[in-house]
Design a protein around this ligand. Structure first.
Ligand code: SAH
Ligand code: F3S
Length: 439
């Protein structure tokens, strides 16, 4: 048996890919996963290039692993993920001790690549985009707890001017609907109660059905909601561009679909949205939210924001803040714009200094944090459906679970209800969690 250590950077899709890598390797019967680098025969790095200095971070990490390899030259180092796809062979120019480079679409080929390197002691690379392959080879992932990620589509055709994803993940490709339904049903049998459907643009989903027809996202949601045992459905990430009325309709009649939606708007200024090539306006986004509120009056919305995009004036930023207040977003992931090599926005003139960008980020996050807190306060006295996950991290006498809107609730209750849904009344609101009473 050989030991494999996998390090993962980045989004949920990368986390998902890493668990898939682990499954492919374990399935050969020759490898075991270890959490200790010192024990590893094979080191795998699954990289991310969405923001920050991805290349520097990569070579820094490879430098550390070089020390391990100099002590034990038989160690095999494999680099995968978005930076590997973008940089390819360039990586070994600076890090000759790397043995394998594999792309986001070649995960299933890794066991074979490793055994070739073991045999021939020769560098291997595969960063090709044979997109259908990946879903053809997918295996059910190992799950922890009572929630599971299920990949339904991958890639993106939108080419927002700031984003590397279309270049690192390739075109949108949907997994056949029956494969998804089969996986969800088998997860339900294993005790999973909540499903999080994963993809770069889940609402662009168009999977083929068993009889050659096309299943759209709204239909997929309805089909999954009919699976016994699954009582909560989420998805990440959706895009305002294809958030069509048929998806909004699902909120009317599918209570298993959570009253919480992450719908990234990125900016509150139409000028900036146009420069970002987001292909929608603030008015269009507002219209979607209006319809959603009609379908599901208690729905809460979260978003991603980019501050300091090239050309963002003080006035544009003010419009973003006003928009945040108007929509009353519950939460956000917000970032300072980071120029990504090869994207159209990297050619735009970036005249805002870092201090100003940091200030804007601070103001934005402060505004959202206040809203998050006021949304939490509104929950005081209400009864929430909580998926009970385990013994509380703060108080071992209590158990905890998550609400539909992603709040952690601690409360006294029997251990037997771990893994089930419980009705809990909220009686205290703290910054990072809530306290409740089991009903
Ligand atoms: N498909 C999603 C976005 C996925 S990328 C959508 O349509 O919104 C995840 C988030 O990373 C984006 O929403 C954006 O806020 C952020 N991001 C992407 N590229 C970035 C960049 N170059 N600089 C800063 N943030 C970026
Ligand atoms: Fe990126 Fe825009 Fe697609 S943010 S993932 S190119 S929708």
């Amino acid at each position: 048996m050989k030991y494999i250590y996998i390090k993962t950077w980045g989004c949920q899709m990368n986390e998902y890919d890493s668990s898939m890598i682990a499954r492919y390797l374990e399935k050969t019967g020759q490898y075991l996963i270890t959490q200790k680098t010192e024990q590893a025969d094979i080191l795998v790095l699954n990289t991310c290039s969405i923001r920050e200095k991805a290349q520097e971070k990569l070579f820094h990490q490879l430098g550390r692993w070089k020390t391990l390899k100099s002590k034990n030259p038989t160690i095999i180092i494999a680099v995968g993920g978005c930076v590997a796809t973008q940089e390819g062979k360039e990586i070994i120019k600076r890090a000759k001790h790397v043995d394998i480079i594999f792309g986001t679409q070649s995960l299933h080929k890794l066991p074979k690549m490793i055994s070739e390197v073991e045999k021939n002691k020769k560098f291997m690379i595969d960063i090709s985009f044979p997109q259908l392959d990946k879903f053809n080879y997918s295996l059910p992932i190992k799950t922890k707890g009572y929630t599971a990620l299920v990949s339904i589509m991958e890639g993106c055709n939108k080419y927002c001017s700031f984003c590397v994803v279309p270049y690192t993940r390739g075109k949108e490709i949907s997994r056949p609907s029956d494969d998804i339904l089969f996986e969800v049903a088998s997860l339900a049998e294993k005790g999973i109660r909540e499903i999080n459907l994963l993809g770069q643009n889940v609402n662009a989903y168009q999977g083929v059905t068993f009889n050659g027809k096309t299943c759209f996202f709204s239909e997929l949601l309805r089909l999954i909601s009919e699976i016994d045992g699954i009582d909560r459905i989420r998805f990440t990430t959706s895009n305002p561009l294809e958030f069509t009325d048929d998806i909004i309709e699902v909120y009317k009649d599918t209570p298993k679909l959570v009253s919480f939606l992450h719908l990234p708007v990125q900016s509150g200024s139409n000028k900036i949205l146009q420069l970002m090539k987001r292909s929608y306006t603030i008015e269009k986004y507002e219209k979607i939210i209006e319809k959603l509120l009609k379908a599901r009056p208690n729905i809460q919305i979260s978003s991603d924001f980019i501050v300091g995009f090239p050309g963002e004036s003080k006035e544009d930023f003010k419009q973003t803040i006003n928009f945040i207040k108007k929509i009353n977003f519950d939460m956000s992931y917000s970032f300072i714009y980071s120029s990504r090599p090869g994207t159209p926005a990297s050619e735009m003139k970036d005249e805002i200094n870092l201090k100003e960008k940091k200030e804007r980020l601070y103001i934005l996050q402060d505004c959202i944090n206040k809203q998050t807190m006021s949304w939490s306060r509104r929950m005081l006295g209400s009864t929430q459906s909580v998926l009970v996950e385990g013994i509380s991290k703060n108080n071992s006498m209590q158990i905890y679970g998550k609400t539909e809107n992603n709040r952690i609730v601690n409360f006294y209750g029997p251990l037997e209800i771990i893994g089930q849904f419980a009705q809990v009344q909220i009686n205290e609101v703290h910054t990072h969690n809530l306290q409740g009473i089991l009903l």
